[in-house]
Design a protein around this ligand. Structure first.
Ligand code: EAX
Length: 337
């Protein structure tokens, strides 16, 4: 027996739909009474700092628009892997998402410039680049591939982890099967370090580590803890080899349908959320370290770090060939400023 929806319900649903459809203004902008539910996806868990940031942004937008704009968050790659999320933003199947810049390099090669290992020294040098002209230029460069990027949340400095032994040198890493992000610069870099690297989507990583498909991987400590990788990896070497930002994206048509007032509210809310998320990320790393007593966390000496970074010359050349020396040199200049 088919469930018969009460007429009143059907009518109001059609009305609401009608309202939505009807009230997109001349400039394609939503009218004052259009309710907008932004579908937002990401590949990390519901306890990640990125997920909390989407929730915070959702509250800010709902509050400042009297509930007109809200966000529905889909974690854990429910709406697809990071690569698929980027494609869905381009196609308009997903409204918002954050992914690691490393994956974005496949859609806009200029982002490879951020993936040169051992380039960033600390968060200050990172934010000088990301929040400055270079970072903004990279965000704007996504317009040409149908993506509006609205800021950088922090995934974090990445560390080398494995389940075999304490790694203090490239020699210790030799031949280890290692998972990397879907990024040819990362694959080349870890090959140069002596590992046996292969890319894999983030959502499949825990199982692959559990099944021994990989001995090693690399990523931010807060995400390592968040995704329970400490159940399948026993050693962390503090390499701080790459800083991973999470560029935040929105479908350009969705953004352009905001009224002028809504655009101002959205931009302000994004700024506030980014400050909130970066503070969370800072604390999350420390919290993770404090909560993984069974994991050996090895701090490397400057000489040991040098042994890794000294192998990155060819990677600098590889990236310069791909994106041009100008952006690479300007990032290094900004970092050392
Ligand atoms: O969102 O794939 C990874 O290791 C990244 O850290 C991922 O982008 C998390």
């Amino acid at each position: 027996m088919l469930f018969k929806l009460p007429k009143k319900f059907v009518r109001s649903a059609v009305m609401a739909l009608g309202l939505c459809a009807l009230s997109v203004g001349a400039a394609g902008q939503a009218s004052a009474n259009t309710k907008i539910v932004l579908k937002a996806g990401h590949a990390s868990s519901t306890t990640s700092t990125g997920h909390h940031a989407f929730e915070f942004l959702g509250k800010e937008l709902a509050e400042k628009t009297n509930g007109q704009i809200t966000i529905q968050v889909f974690p854990s790659a429910q709406l697809g892997s990071e690569r698929e999320l980027i494609e869905s933003i381009q196609l308009g199947n997903v409204d918002m998402a954050f992914v690691s810049s490393a994956v974005l390099g496949n859609f806009n090669k200029e982002f490879f410039a951020l993936d040169i290992p051992f380039m960033f020294k600390d968060r200050d040098s990172v934010y000088r680049v990301l929040d400055g002209q270079i970072g903004q230029g990279l965000l704007d460069s996504l317009n040409k591939v149908g993506i509006k990027a609205v800021g950088y949340w922090e995934n974090g400095f990445r560390q080398l982890t494995n389940n075999k032994k304490v790694i203090r040198s490239p020699k210790d890493l030799e031949g280890m099967k290692m998972r990397t992000m879907e990024n040819e610069v990362h694959i080349a870099a870890w090959k140069a370090e002596g590992a046996n690297p292969a890319p894999l989507a983030f959502g499949e990583l825990f199982t692959a580590l559990q099944q021994g498909t990989f001995d090693a991987q690399e990523g931010p400590i807060n995400l390592f803890y968040d995704m329970k990788f400490h159940e399948v990896q026993k050693h962390i070497s503090m390499t701080n080899h790459v800083y991973s930002p999470w560029p935040v994206m929105i479908n350009p048509d969705v953004y352009n349908r905001f009224s002028d007032e809504q655009k101002v509210i959205f931009n302000d809310a994004m700024k506030k959320t980014t400050e909130y998320q970066r503070e969370l990320a800072k604390k999350a790393d420390d919290n993770a370290v404090a909560n993984m007593p069974n994991v050996t966390i090895t701090k490397l000496t400057p000489e040991e770090l040098e042994a890794f970074s000294s192998k990155m010359g060819p990677i600098h050349e590889l990236v310069k060939k791909k994106v041009g020396a100008k952006i690479v040199d300007s990032i290094i200049a900004e970092v050392n400023d």
